[in-house]
Write a protein that binds this ligand. Structure first.
Ligand SMILES: [Zn+2]
Length: 483
């Protein structure tokens, strides 16, 4: 019998947009009998913390590379590089970026040149996942059908057949004996956006996935691979239902700052940009008046460097944003490089030296922790904040500002609200992207026991590899091996 910490095959099922609490309820009420029987009862079921922004794309990077989106400098589903963004070559990659539709093809190019899960296994199969770095294109089983299927489903709302294709490809890959099979199911996310997080279509998608997990496990049993196969079922982000859309670009325009926002990316003389993810968070950028270049008479290139929170406050932008009902908080970087997080009633300050985090606040604590912290390790910061409204908030707000493509400001919405009021078809009735627990917490079902209470999705990269005898240099990634 194979020891429990050694496997020869790996099946990774990512249910896009599955919130921890909803998945847990479905396990408890018997809606997911196969996942319970074949995976959870033989291993573990945990609450894991995703990453900020809690959005498809950036939130895939932790699983595949062990990096936070800020560390990887891919801080959102959409972003601007202020350094490179300029006329007339404003669309020269990577000046401005959106990974929706065909633009998703550039996602892999924008990642740092580091190994992914795909580099450690052979043969592999990839189904629908857009992080294909390291996966031979011939092994990307949906490379031809995905653009057509997604486009048709987007406009027809018929995501059921997209999920059915995933199930079929997954079963074929398992039958084919692949060492690593990665299968993304988009339906929970897309049906939630269209309706709500527990609508009939969403629940049908969960049932379909559960049935397929049963079929997968029976195939593995028939080929005597069941005991040797690591199975991981998890999600990239949670979701919460949405009743109100906030028009951030309009607020910026009302403040006299002509705003670039998706899809209006060609506008001339823009002074600001709002690049939304999920749509619960957005990066806000301001074009910097470049005093140095105007002094030398040379033409200004790009939008300059990140503006400090103090400088933006001086522009009179932040207080009006804090007055918006449903906008949860505004975060930015101070002149001293600490991270400031503001609500109308208080301000928090996060500092970090050699991965040792401290936190203080004045007024009412915007993150609700209610206590100052000094010199916490990343692991301690996770444990202290695990069961709060902003799980892992200190590390997550710190990491997102480590990339230079992150906004001057990062805005996060309260549950019930999102940050995109126009040009969203179909209208979104559920949201992710924000730092809030409902959107940050994801289920983690594995057929191995996990003892620790505290897990980030970024830990799963080194943890999974360790089960296959691959040790990665932990100093090069953000995750840790958890047991
Ligand atoms: Zn989504």
């Amino acid at each position: 019998m194979t020891p429990k910490n050694s496997f020869t095959r790996f099946i990774f099922i990512l249910i896009d947009g599955s919130p921890y609490q909803i998945f847990k309820d479905l396990v408890s009420d018997g809606t997911l009998p196969n996942i319970k029987r074949y995976v959870i009862d033989r291993g573990s079921f945990k609450k894991a913390v995703s990453t900020f922004p809690s959005a498809t794309g950036p939130a895939f990077i932790p699983f595949f590379m062990g990096l936070f989106p800020g560390t990887a400098n891919v801080p959102g589903l959409r972003w601007i590089s202020k350094r490179l963004f300029q006329n007339p070559h404003r669309f020269r990659s990577p000046g401005i970026c959106s990974y929706m539709g065909m633009d998703g093809l550039s996602f892999t190019e924008d990642l740092p040149h580091k190994p992914t899960l795909f580099n450690f296994f052979s043969p592999v199969s990839n189904i629908y996942n857009l992080l294909t770095r390291g996966c031979p294109s011939s092994r990307n089983r949906t490379r031809w059908i995905k653009p057509l299927a997604y486009t048709y489903a987007h406009f027809s709302h018929r995501w059921k057949f997209v999920n059915a294709i995933a199930s079929k490809k997954l079963l074929n890959a398992v039958k084919g004996g692949d060492e690593f099979v990665m299968c993304l199911y988009p339906g929970v996310d897309t049906f939630s956006h269209l309706s709500h997080t527990t609508s009939a279509c969403v629940l049908d998608t969960y049932r379909e996935i559960d049935k397929t997990v049963g079929d997968v496990c029976r195939i593995l049993q028939e080929s005597n691979d069941f005991e040797n196969t690591l199975i991981m079922i998890t999600s990239d982000h949670g979701m919460s239902n949405t009743h109100t859309h906030i028009d951030i670009p309009r607020y910026l325009e009302n403040a006299g700052l002509r705003c670039l926002h998706y899809p209006l990316l060609w506008r001339q003389q823009a002074e600001s940009a709002s690049m939304v993810s999920g749509n619960g968070m957005t990066h806000v950028y301001f074009k910097r008046d470049n005093e140095e270049s105007s002094a030398t008479g040379k033409s200004q290139k790009g939008w300059g460097e990140r503006l400090s929170m103090e400088r933006i406050s001086g522009m009179g932008v932040i207080d009006p944003l804090l007055d918006i009902e449903g906008l949860d908080f505004v975060a930015g970087q101070s002149k001293d490089k600490s991270i400031l997080v503001k609500k109308k009633t208080g301000q928090g300050k996060i500092t970090c030296l050699n991965e040792s985090l401290s936190y203080e606040f004045r007024g009412i604590d915007p993150l609700g922790y209610g206590t100052f912290y000094e010199n916490l390790s990343y692991r301690e910061a996770l444990a202290k904040t695990y069961d709060t409204e902003y799980p892992d908030g200190l590390v997550q707000l710190w990491q997102i500002f480590q990339g230079d493509r992150t906004g001057d400001l990062v805005l996060s919405a309260q549950p019930g609200y999102d940050l995109r009021a126009r040009y969203e078809y179909p209208e979104h009735h559920a949201t992710h992207g924000a730092l809030h627990a409902q959107q940050m917490l994801v289920p983690l079902a594995m057929n191995v026991p996990i003892e620790t209470e505290y897990i980030r999705t970024v830990d799963l990269f080194p943890t999974v590899l360790s089960y296959f005898g691959h040790m990665v240099d932990l100093s090069q990634i953000d995750g840790l091996i958890v047991r």
